[in-house]
Design a protein. Sequence first.
Length: 135
Amino acid sequence: MKSAVHRHRHVKKKKKPSLKEIFRLVLGIFLIVEGLLHFITTSQFVPIIQFMPFHMVVIYLSGLIEIVLGLLFILNKYRKLVAWGAVLFFLAVLPVTIAFENAPGAVIASLPWLTWGKVPSVIILMVVAFWYTRD
């Protein structure tokens, strides 16, 4: 008969999540929230890309892409493929983010500290996404 000590020895301890796992979840949540904002506060995005044809389609499509990428990051499915998709997405939105700095009528154009904070944040998000291509 095994003692209680021997029976509990085989119980796996919960592993603390690594920093990389925490960043994966944060990135996923951020992408989902940002994607949802494309649908909830659509008018905020119009001044950013009003120069583009079919700008409403672009707003909704980019929001959908962010939601899907965020969900896949959280679910930890196809991590490398999703990470590369996120890197390419952030590369695609970086020029638009930079152009937003000069967009007339932009909602936050009167808050330059917030506006200029968007460019480094996109670069940081791209670097974090790139981190997941290296598993």
